[in-house]
Design a protein. Structure first.
Length: 226
């Protein structure tokens, strides 16, 4: 990773990455759902998307098999995306409550969204080596956010990935435990917030409700004065 590279250069490097043979084989071999049979799947790593000048980074785990890995944009085209972007719109971070394709007109204001692992992993379970291989991309994306003041990690694995980023930077990460709504103020760095991932397994069971997620996003907005 060359220092000082632009967002566009970083994006191209992410999309061309083939560092993890298991993930390359899985993403390139995905079978389209019947409802998407006429579409050409992205089948490549998925860079982040949004406002790099914003104060908030939202970090997910990885692209969804029939969402971002189909459309080529993070949190786009699946149930988790629809739930998250509806909440972001309600909290004032998005110009519209939908995220269906790369040309749908979605704009984020004050936040940038990315994933800890840039390719879809089998069973939504990246290996430690796959997390490690992608860590340089997360570090680089964070370095491109000069106004970053807060990070919202969606789910325990995304939370762990960001804590690992802090540890690489020499931060004392003892006592940082994932719990929805928890926050940790890091000396000299952004506040780390934890939130449940907006996956159907959480939203369909009521573990995460729309008021819970909107409430957390609005709290972050107040805290960071966005």
């Amino acid at each position: 990773m060359k220092p000082g590279r632009s967002a566009a250069e970083l994006g191209r490097e992410i999309v061309s990455c083939r560092a993890c043979p298991r993930l390359v084989a899985y993403r390139e071999g995905v079978e389209p759902r019947a409802s998407y049979a006429s579409q050409v799947y992205w089948r490549k790593p998925v860079p982040g998307f949004g406002d790099l000048g914003g104060k908030l980074l939202i970090l997910g785990l990885a692209p969804a098999l029939h969402g971002a890995e189909r459309t080529g944009r993070i949190f786009t085209g699946d149930a988790s995306s629809r739930f998250l972007v509806t909440a972001l719109h309600s909290a004032g971070f998005a110009n519209q409550p939908m995220s269906e394709s790369r040309d749908d007109g979605l704009v984020y204001r004050g936040c940038y969204i990315t994933a800890a692992v840039k390719c879809v992993p089998p069973g939504d379970k990246p290996t430690r080596e796959e997390f490690d291989n992608c860590s340089r991309f997360l570090d680089a994306e964070i370095s491109l956010m000069p106004s970053l003041e807060g990070v919202l990690a969606l789910g325990s694995l995304a939370f762990k990935a960001y804590v690992s980023h802090l540890a690489r930077a020499g931060t004392d990460v003892r006592g940082m435990v994932f719990e929805h709504g928890a926050s940790y103020r890091v000396d000299g760095g952004p506040v780390l917030y934890a939130g449940y991932h907006p996956s159907p397994r959480n939203t369909n069971t009521g573990k995460l409700t729309m008021p819970m997620l909107v409430g957390l996003l609005k709290k972050i907005r107040r805290d960071l004065r966005i």
